[in-house]
Ligand binder design. Structure first.
Ligand code: ZN
Length: 269
């Protein structure tokens, strides 16, 4: 998501390299030697922060201590407005990109940082920023219109891991993640039993897999619901912690979000 943002702002004045591609889980991601040398050679390093990239915290701290321009984009946000979480060392839920307004705030912040590093091209970056912000504004209207098709009682989102709390807060969904908020903890038998009962009690029509999390936990859940003589379908694949493949619509922030909301609404309607 950050790669998409920086490419949009930087345009052809900035060479951008994203370390984590499509389908990659940031909670478990470890830096390779090649990554470390890319980080050393970078003029600016952008990362999400709030311990999303749990295994990279030390690498980022080391880069920063050595004078590299290392920026957590979540620093742009007012911490008091974040959703708390006991599962992360930051004490906050780090899946901040699913709040569209946060994404706009962080777009301003990243533009400031790029402009500070390359003031000569400031006007260019600001103009790109405004074009990106306009896309985000249109996206927000599109998402709201699509979600309005879904009655309140059907707004229950069951996914592989708890990445959608900011989405749920904004659009009035109850959100249930099988694996908890980080994929570092596996779903246990009790989690599956509890959520199976929840699905039956609330007549949930569909549950969702995620592109960056193995699908087996969600399939185990579907099987457990069947064992109770109920039916829940797999509503499709959502992009939670990674975008789709580069060069596809889902490989962009806007396309990813539209895909997710269309998938969710169409499956739960
Ligand atoms: Zn996550």
């Amino acid at each position: 998501m950050i790669t998409d943002m920086v490419e949009n702002i930087g345009g052809d004045k900035v060479q951008v390299e994203g370390l984590m591609g499509s389908g990659v889980d940031p909670h478990l991601y470890k830096a390779s030697e090649g990554d470390v040398s890319k980080l050393y050679n970078a003029d600016i390093i952008f990362y999400s922060g709030l311990h999303l990239e749990g295994k990279l915290v030390e690498v980022f701290e080391k880069m920063s201590a050595q004078g590299k321009n290392t920026i957590a984009i979540s620093d742009a946000l007012d911490k008091k407005t974040l959703i708390g979480s006991e599962y992360f060392a930051s004490n906050y839920d780090p899946h901040i990109w699913f709040d569209v307004d946060y994404w706009a705030t962080m777009t301003h912040y990243v533009t400031e940082k790029i402009t500070e590093a390359d003031p000569e091209n400031a006007a260019y970056y600001v103009s790109n920023r405004d074009a990106y912000l306009e896309k985000i504004k249109v996206l927000k209207d599109d998402l709201t219109a699509k979600i309005d098709e879904l009655p309140q009682e059907k707004r229950i989102l069951v996914t592989a891991h708890d990445a959608f709390n900011y989405f749920g807060r904004r659009f009035g969904f109850e959100v249930v993640g099988l694996q908890g908020i980080s994929t570092a903890t596996e779903a246990g038998v009790q989690d599956v039993q509890r959520i199976t009962q929840f699905i039956i009690d609330n007549k949930v029509k569909a549950v969702f897999i995620e592109s960056s999390v193995p699908r087996r936990t969600v399939e185990a859940l579907q099987a457990a619901v069947r064992d109770q003589n109920h039916e829940v379908s797999i509503g499709g694949e959502l992009y939670s912690d990674a975008l789709g493949s580069a060069g596809t619509a889902e490989g962009t922030y806007v396309g990813m979000y539209k895909h997710n909301v269309e998938t969710i609404v169409n499956a739960l309607k």
